[in-house]
Design a protein around this ligand. Sequence first.
Ligand code: OAD
Length: 240
Amino acid sequence: MYEQIENQVKSAKKVVFVTGAGISQESGIPTFRGKDGLWRNYDAMKLATIDAFYDNPKLVWEWYNERRQNIFNSEPNLGHKAIAELENFVKVFVLTQNIDGLHQKAGSSNVLELHGSIVKIKCTVCDFKDELLTEFSNLPPLCKCGNILRPDVVWFGEGLPQDVWQEAIIQASSCDVMIIAGTSLVVSPANTLPIYAKQNNAVLIEINPDETIMSSDMDLSIRSTSAVALPELISIFKKQ
Ligand code: OAD
């Protein structure tokens, strides 16, 4: 299956991963779209926009608290671990839409969190930011300045942290191989990253059990889950 890309992959100097919810699915964290996706049972516009948050901060915080508990109890799977291990063989950057911190927990050192982090909180008014692993007893939690604290994640309609996004573009534009794992590639601007890589003539490899809207742009689509496909793919680098 890998013959057509094996030589290019072996000679790669920099490999960039673009990951999404699917890579954490085998760690017990639900995806957003698809059969068991969160957006099937929950309304994104009532939970993941700043207007929804100001309308009902308690409801949004209850939902995040539930997700925080699930994520804090989750462990990286073989997919996250394979990506971390690849650092022993080649330069690796991970550009993730996930907020769960599992790439870092698996040991990846260069992780850019495009949509923020569920561990982090910030004030809606002042510049207070912190990391917090415990649960809040009173919702919504308040900042010392008296205003409401919010999860430090990117909601629909909000811009990505610009320093992170600029760095992501730099890494995507300078990689030799881009491996896109567990994302439907429907959310912008993260879904433009493969285009930056293609402009650098990088090999594009997708890992997803289902077809995506960019499958026809890929050099190789591996129709398997990431915990199965990534360790196999990474073994090509070990053979050099
Ligand atoms: P999605 O839920 O849109 O897509 C998950 C993708 O993972 C789908 O294409 C699945 O086919 C695939 N998948 C499922 N299980 C898999 C597995 N075990 N291994 C590999 N792939 C698997 O998630 P994202 O693309 O990450 O943003 O969604 C992008 C953004 O939309 C999220 O960051 C979030 C969401 O709304 C915000 O909340 C702002």
